[in-house]
Write a protein that binds this ligand. Structure first.
Ligand SMILES: [Zn+2]
Length: 260
C-alpha cells in the first residue's frame, strides 16, 4: 500500500491542489489536521466551506482520511471544550475522520480528534482501548493523531519539546506500528528535530510545514517497507523494518516505488 501523508496545510489552497494532483499515485492519502488557519483574516466558516469542497473532490478520486488539528476547532461542546464540529460534515462526505476506525489494506487505521479537554481526551482513550482489541486481528495498526508525542524529535520546536504526553503513554501501552502526526511545523527543520522518530516498535511521522505550492510530505510504501520525506530543505528515507539511524540517509533520487 502506498500512503501519502500531509498535514498542517493551513488553508494553503495550492498545497491542497498539489495533494489532489498527487492522490491518484497513492492508495491512501492522509491529511492529519490543521486544515484551517486561525491567523487568516478570512472567516473560519468560509475557510471550512472551501476546504470541504476540496475534500469532497479528493474523496471522489481516491481513498482519503482526514483528522482535525487545533486550528480546526470551531465550536464548544456542552462541557465547554473546543471541538472541530465541522468534521461531522467531513464524515457526511463519506470521508473517515475523527473518531472513526477503518481498514486500509492489511492495516487498521484509528483516526483521533484533537482533544482540548478531559471529555474528548477520555473519548480518545476509549477509542484506542476499543481498537486495541480489533488491532489484534490486523497485521498493522496505524493512528492518525495531529500532535506528535512529547520528548521526540518530531515535537522539537528548536527550543523545547511541545508534544502530547498522553500520546506517549498510549504509544507505550498499545505499541501501534505507525503514528501519522503533524502540528510542530519546525520540527523537521531544526537541529535536534526530525520528521521521523521511533518509540519502541512505533514509527512516528511529522512532515512539518513549508511555504509555497508544494507541502512537505511523507510517502510510504508498506510493501517496500520504506518511508521518505520530501521538503524544500531536502529529502530523507527510512527503512521500516530496520532500526532508525540519525540522521536518516539523504535521498538523492526518488526510491523506485515512488510514482513520480
Ligand atoms: Zn499546524
Amino acid at each position: 500500500m502506498k500512503i501519502l501523508l500531509v498535514s498542517d496545510l493551513h488553508y494553503a489552497l495550492k498545497q491542497y491542489d498539489w495533494a489532489a494532483a498527487a492522490q491518484p499515485d497513492y492508495d491512501l492519502v492522509i491529511i492529519a489536521g490543521d486544515h484551517l488557519d486561525v491567523a487568516n483574516p478570512l472567516d473560519g466558516r468560509v475557510q471550512t466551506v472551501v476546504i470541504l469542497n476540496y475534500l469532497k473532490r479528493m474523496a471522489a478520486q481516491g481513498r482519503l482520511i482526514v483528522s482535525s488539528g487545533n486550528h480546526d476547532l470551531d465550536t464548544r461542546d456542552a462541557s465547554g471544550e473546543k471541538i472541530a464540529a465541522w468534521m461531522e460534515r467531513v464524515r457526511g462526505l463519506g470521508i473517515p475522520t475523527d473518531g472513526d476506525t477503518v481498514e486500509a489494506g492489511d492495516a487498521l487505521v484509528t483516526i483521533c480528534p484533537w482533544w482540548d479537554g478531559p471529555r474528548v481526551r477520555e473519548a480518545v482513550a476509549g477509542q484506542l482501548a476499543r481498537d486495541a482489541v480489533r488491532a489484534k486481528d490486523a497485521r498493522r495498526w496505524y493512528w492518525v493523531y495531529h500532535a506528535p508525542p512529547d520528548s521526540s524529535p518530531t515535537s522539537w520546536t528548536g527550543k523545547r519539546h511541545f508534544g502530547d504526553v498522553e500520546l506517549n503513554q498510549w504509544i507505550d501501552a498499545y505499541r501501534p506500528d505507525i503514528v501519522f502526526a503533524g502540528h510542530i511545523h519546525e520540527a523537521p527543520f531544526r537541529p535536534g528535530g526530525s520528521w521521523v522518530d521511533r518509540i519502541g516498535p512505533t514509527w512516528v511521522f511529522n512532515c512539518g510545514r513549508q511555504i509555497g505550492p508544494t507541502p512537505t510530505y511523507v510517502a510510504l510504501d508498506t510493501e517496500a517497507g520504506e518511508a521518505a520525506w520530501f521538503s524544500l530543505a531536502g529529502a530523507e528515507m527510512v527503512t521500516l523494518d530496520a532500526p532508525l539511524t540519525r540522521p536518516p540517509p539523504a535521498l538523492t533520487a526518488p526510491p523506485a516505488w515512488m510514482p513520480r
